[in-house]
Ligand binder design. Structure first.
Ligand SMILES: [Zn+2]
Length: 279
C-alpha cells in the first residue's frame, strides 16, 4: 500500500514536471529549458529501419548515422525500384556467408563506410585499412549516436571471394546490438539458433526490438524464435531470413501463433521490404 502511494505521488510529480517542460520552454531559465527539453529531444528525431529482404537492413538514427546490416541488397526478395543507400557510416556483417556479406565490398567502396565483422572475415575481405574493423564478441563501438555491441550467435561462418573456390574459415558468427541514443535498442541476431545466453543480452543491453531469423533449416524457425523473444524480453520482433529460398519455410503468421502460445508481450512487426519504418 505504501509503495503504491509513493508510486502515485512520484507519478503525479513526473506528470507535473512533464507539463512544465512542455509549456515552459519560453519562460524557463536556460538550465531549466534543458531539463524540460529532455522528452521533446527524444521525440525530435526518429529511428527509421528499412528491411531489404532476407537479413538485410538499413538503419537511420536521429543523430544522422546510416548503418547497413548484412547488405545483400540484390537478394530475391529485395525491393524493386528502391534506390540503394548513397551514404553509409557503417556496415555490420554477422558472418561470411554470401547471403550476408552481399554487396558489402562495393558499398564500402562507394560510401567509405567502416565495415565491422569478425577479425577473420574482415581480413578475408581485403578492405582499405581505414575502413576495416575486424573485431569479436564483447567489442563495443560508437558510430555517431549509435552504440554497437558485438554479441554471440550460434551458427557457422566461412567466406569465399569466388563462389567456385573453397570457402575459408571466417571466424565466429556474430549478432549485433545497436543502441541508439534517444531511440530504440535493436538486436539483429544474425543467423542463429535460440540460445540460453540471449538472457545475458537482455540483461546487459535491454533490446526493445529484435530482428530474428524465422526461416528454419539454417537458423531457428518460428517456435524457437518465439522462445528467443521470450528470453530477450523484447516488445517487438521483426522477422527476417524467411521466404528468400524455398528451404526457408517459416513465416510471420507462424511466429505470431507461437508467440500467442507463450502468452508473452512480444508483437510481430513484419516489415514491407523497401519501406522505411519509424521505430
Ligand atoms: Zn543466412
Amino acid at each position: 500500500m505504501r509503495t503504491k502511494l509513493v508510486a502515485v505521488v512520484v507519478g503525479a510529480l513526473v506528470a507535473i514536471a512533464g507539463t512544465a517542460g512542455a509549456q515552459g520552454n519560453s519562460a524557463a531559465a536556460p538550465g531549466k529549458a534543458a531539463a524540460g527539453a529532455k522528452a521533446p529531444a527524444a521525440a525530435k528525431g526518429k529511428t527509421e529501419v528499412t528491411w531489404w529482404g532476407h537479413a538485410a537492413f538499413v538503419v537511420r538514427t536521429p543523430g544522422g548515422a546510416v548503418i547497413a546490416i548484412d547488405p545483400w541488397l540484390t537478394n530475391p526478395k529485395a525491393p524493386q525500384g528502391v534506390a540503394q543507400p548513397e551514404a553509409l557510416d557503417a556496415i555490420l556483417l554477422t558472418h561470411g556467408h554470401f547471403d550476408h556479406v552481399g554487396e558489402a565490398k562495393a558499398l564500402a567502396q562507394k560510401t567509405g563506410a567502416k565495415v565491422f565483422g569478425s577479425f577473420e572475415l574482415i581480413n578475408l575481405l581485403g578492405l582499405p585499412e581505414a575502413q576495416a574493423v575486424g573485431a569479436n564478441t564483447g567489442g563495443t563501438f560508437k558510430v555517431k549516436d549509435a552504440t554497437i555491441h558485438l554479441v554471440e550467435a550460434v551458427h557457422s561462418s566461412s567466406y569465399a571471394a569466388d563462389p567456385k573456390a573453397p570457402a575459408q574459415y571466417a571466424g565466429a558468427p556474430l549478432g549485433y546490438v545497436v543502441a541508439i541514443d534517444n531511440g530504440p535498442t535493436l538486436y539483429h541476431a544474425g543467423d542463429t539458433a535460440a540460445f540460453e545466453s540471449m538472457a545475458l543480452i537482455a540483461t546487459q543491453f535491454k533490446p526493445t526490438v529484435a530482428m530474428l531469423p524465422i526461416g528454419g533449416h539454417f537458423t531457428m524457425g518460428p517456435a524457437e524464435a518465439a522462445q528467443a523473444a521470450r528470453v530477450l524480453k523484447v516488445q517487438t520482433v521483426v522477422p527476417m531470413h524467411y521466404g528468400t529460398f524455398p528451404l526457408l519455410q517459416g513465416n510471420p503468421d507462424a511466429l505470431r501463433g507461437e508467440l500467442k502460445k507463450l502468452r508473452g508481450p512480444a508483437k510481430v512487426m513484419d516489415l514491407e521490404a523497401g519501406k522505411a519504418t519509424a521505430l
